[in-house]
Design a protein around this ligand. Sequence first.
Ligand code: SF4
Length: 213
Amino acid sequence: MNPDFEPEVLEFRDRLEKEAEEGGYHLNPDREMTLMLAEGLLVNRKRYGYLLCPCRMGEGVMERDLDIICPCDYRDADLDEYGQCYCALYVSREVLEGKREIKGQIPERRPEPEELERKREESRAKARAGRESMPLWRCKVCGYLAARGNPPEVCPICKAGRERFEQFSLGGDGPPVPLWRCKVCGYLAARGNPPEVCPICKAGRERFEQFPL
Ligand code: SF4
């Protein structure tokens, strides 16, 4: 235990690690560094009321900082491309296993303010139009669905690797896999039958209903 860090920082860092592992993510193995970043996150939470990224300047208005509240919108793309997030709090499995090296500071993926505003307007327009251009990925093992640029490194539900994901369409030309909805928490899974237990709220199979495609 490092005496330089407050107990709440040590506890918070360990919670981040536990949650990361449960979700198929990994904290940087450099414990000292993750403790400093965890401390920065807690300072920001006290200052702003939310976990603003410790490596970026926010505006102090939650609505405008949403994309850089940890974990930020850019984490997964940076993990895919560089094996680490911008702050290097999170690293990919390859980095964790020593198969890839961390390069130090990586480029900032967050767009410049003007471009960010343009993208915000674009996504508001898409939401208004009720359509989403993101690809939808389905875990072939458990049916977990995720709408994102690439499939996750590991399925957060069943821990199957990225190679077990396939693209999924909610339209007529997608694979003929039924969609199941947990009536308790709303969790959705595309699979032959509903899961025995909802992986989110632990409700039983009988609490699932088929969701229209
Ligand atoms: S760069 Fe890393 S530490 Fe910063 S918000 Fe993103 S995920 Fe969190």
